[in-house]
Design a protein around this ligand. Structure first.
Ligand code: FEO
Length: 387
């Protein structure tokens, strides 16, 4: 249990061991944040993953008898936030579940229970006594059912998935945690979870900008208080697909020929004074690459041809990339081949399908020599901006 403000507590669960969140490498674990408001009525906001139910219940029980809970505000159905709902409902049978229309539709489809619901829409308010909760639907941030809850008397936004970070920590507030790691994890979370819904994020930001907020309580990671302007500015940038002058050279290689091309491309960006990163798919997780890609203008992807196709690591990355749908990038396909040579065409098609503006591709047979590397470098330099 952790007090956020008088009568408002964090009662979530800490998932220290989590390392995979549907394909996203969560090196720092995560939390599922749940919040308790003790007023004339008692409201529990969001729940935790099923295997942390006992932890959540123990935290609630330090403050009140769980059977006194009047409302369970379920801002989002996804099971990282609703898994403990059946356990809580058993202890708090009279509690009404408050959710958006899509939430009211989706929760019974998860838990097959005949529970009591209170359906709320944007602009509707729930009075708890001295405090109110105002609801704003935020569809697709992250599922169609998502909403956020705002307490005007306390200036707290309970934002669910928005502004989250996958961080397991004993600290609860942003000023207690290293800022750079916090922002990097917030970026990783945005790039791997929220990015496809940037248009909806922009709409949500418009609503948030009209609210007086001194605390943002997300459903994962640290609570924002000190760095609210920083995280709002970052969300504005990320949701607008604003990039930096930065190039990623993402590749896998078989006999080092594609790797040689990758290094020639890198030296072109170097010579143009453009920050760049070499990301060999053998050593970099696709979810970490996405964090870098969030702000990268140039996305260069390379694979040799293997069995008339591309290497599986590159295929996995391209599938992941397409799903996350970054916009307004410049793409480059490159690779080596022995015969056939289909890999570059396949990559080019995939990057074009992302809507990227494509540079002229690089496709070389067998082992490129110095002269060919020089030509690659010049070809790239001629196509990119910078000094
Ligand atoms: Fe953290 Fe969409 O659940």
């Amino acid at each position: 249990m952790k007090k956020i403000k008088k009568g408002i507590y964090w009662v979530g669960g800490i998932d220290w061991d989590l390392r995979n969140f549907h394909g996203y490498l969560t090196q720092r674990g995560s939390t599922y944040n749940s919040y308790l408001i003790v007023d004339e009525k008692i409201a529990l906001i969001d729940n935790v993953k099923y295997y942390l139910a006992e932890e959540q219940i123990a935290r609630i029980s330090e403050i009140i008898d769980p059977q006194k809970i009047d409302y369970i505000i379920q801002n989002h159905i996804e099971m990282d936030h609703s898994g403990s709902l059946p356990n809580i409902k058993k202890l708090a049978p009279k509690a009404k579940i408050v959710a958006s229309p899509k939430g009211v539709e989706g929760i019974p489809k998860h838990y097959k229970q005949n529970w009591d619901f209170l359906e709320v829409r944007s602009g509707e308010t729930l009075n708890l006594g001295k405090r109110n909760l105002q609801f704003v639907q935020t569809p697709m941030v992250h599922w169609p059912d998502n909403m956020v809850s705002y307490c005007p008397e306390e200036k707290i936004l309970f934002s669910n998935d928005a502004f989250g970070q996958h961080i397991a920590s004993s600290e609860r507030f942003d000023d207690e945690y290293p800022f750079n790691i916090l922002m990097n994890e917030a970026a990783k979370y945005y790039a791997n979870i929220v990015l496809p819904y940037s248009r909806q994020v922009k709409k949500a930001l418009e609503v948030v900008s009209k609210l007086e907020i001194d605390t943002i309580c997300p459903s994962h990671g640290l609570i924002w208080q000190k760095n609210i302007p920083e995280i709002l500015t970052a969300y504005e940038k990320w949701s607008s697909n604003q990039t930096d002058k930065k190039a990623l050279i993402i590749y896998d290689t078989m006999w080092n020929s594609t790797k040689k091309i990758a290094y020639a491309i890198q030296s072109a960006f170097d010579e143009k004074g453009i920050h760049n990163q070499m990301l060999n798919l053998q050593y970099n997780h696709i979810s970490d690459i996405m964090t870098e890609l969030l702000t990268a203008e140039y996305i260069c992807v390379g694979s040799p041809t293997l069995n008339n196709n591309i290497l599986p690591t590159v295929a996995a990355f391209l599938t992941y990339l397409k799903g996350l749908a970054p916009k307004d990038r410049i793409g480059l396909a490159f690779g080596s081949y022995g015969w056939g040579g289909q890999s570059v065409g396949i990559i080019e098609k995939e990057l074009s399908a992302c809507g990227f503006e494509m540079m002229d591709n690089i496709r070389l047979q067998y082992i490129p020599d110095e002269e060919e590397m020089q030509k690659v470098k010049e070809k790239i330099k001629n196509q990119i901006g910078g000094k």
